[in-house]
Ligand binder design. Structure first.
Ligand code: CP
Ligand code: NVA
Length: 308
């Protein structure tokens, strides 16, 4: 592992495999006090249920402590510069997790902090989510090579991390999104370059049914991400055809996994019938955030010789 986990690009396929093996072990035996006396600082510029709860519970289960710093506490970059916040935190804690608006805020934190920094969602990526999601698919399918994941909706932060992770694990990935809402071109090109070596293909299309055709996993996320609230009404009308519903599930493989990072807007990007239906693994994904993030923290702190 590198010092930080800011992007899926910070991990090699072998490191991802090793992370999944450690995650399986931790899921079987959750209480391992290997991070006794270590503290995680959690910086949030945006709201959260899963990320905060899973990092905090995870740190408790590993014998350490998590310190929640809410948006109004530190006013990152306003009350004090991002670099100075990093230079303070490194004196007190052994690891930092941050959820920010700008990806550059997380890279700035990491550059100015001697301790590991984890991206807990930025405008560009959500690597912890994607790792939990592919671990969920791995639990159900055992093999990720050659599977097809179809992402229906906005080419956003979650989509970017999933695309890159599909490439690293040898899976194929299709994004079905409205014109103008495609994933970032640089990340598309990076994904394609990794796929050239690892196998798998990336397709970006407007055709929802074609994307879902025989997919092993159907994935969606909110149409309006945090920070895009002013675009809500426009997005709600543009994204209308990009919904995971029963008709779309029928196009996919018979044992398709229906996935969502949550929070879900039932009746918008996913119907309740599908979210509560037999194909849905959305709460397994939420549970796996806990297990994978414990493995991430252990792996990063192992490099710093801080694991007992
Ligand atoms: N999926 C996810 O990151 O959820 P929260 O925004 O609740 O943390
Ligand atoms: N794309 C969503 C993910 C929430 C977990 C957002 O950024 O708000």
């Amino acid at each position: 592992m590198k010092k930080d986990l800011l992007s899926i690009n910070d991990m090699t396929p072998d490191q991802i495999n090793a992370l999944f093996v450690l995650t399986e072990k931790l899921k079987k035996n959750p209480f391992q006090p290997v991070l006794h006396h270590q503290t995680l600082a959690m910086i949030f510029e945006k709201p959260s249920l899963r990320t905060r709860a899973t990092f905090e519970v995870g740190m408790t289960q590993l014998g350490g402590h998590a310190l929640y710093l809410q948006p109004s506490d530190i006013k990152l970059g306003q009350r004090e510069s991002v670099a100075d916040v990093a230079r303070n935190l490194e004196r007190w804690v052994s690891i930092v997790m941050a959820r920010t608006f700008l990806h550059s805020t997380i890279t700035e934190l990491a550059e100015n902090c001697s301790v590991p920094v984890i991206n807990a969602l930025s405008d560009i990526e959500h690597p912890c989510q994607a790792l939990a999601d592919f671990f969920t698919v791995y639990e159900h399918r055992k093999n990720l090579k050659g599977i097809k994941m179809a992402f229906i909706g906005d080419g956003n932060n979650v989509c970017h991390s999933l695309m890159l992770l599909a490439a690293k694990t040898g899976a194929s990935f299709v994004v079905a999104c409205p014109e103008g809402y495609e994933p970032d071109e640089k990340i598309v090109n990076e994904t394609k370059a990794i796929m050239k070596q690892n196998g798998g293909t990336l397709t970006v299309t407007c055709a929802v049914e074609e994307a879902a055709d025989r997919a092993d996993a159907l994935y969606t996320d909110v149409w309006v991400s945090m920070g895009q609230e002013s675009e809500t009404s426009e997005r709600k009308s543009i994204f209308q055809p990009y919904q995971i519903n029963s008709a779309l599930v029928k196009k996919a493989a018979p044992n398709v996994l229906v996935m969502h990072c949550l929070p879900a807007h039932r009746g918008e990007e996913i119907t309740s019938e599908v979210m509560d239906g037999p194909h849905s693994v959305v709460f397994d994904q939420a549970e796996n955030r806990l297990h994978i993030q414990k493995a991430i923290m252990i792996s990063l702190l192992q490099k710093q010789n801080l694991v007992i």
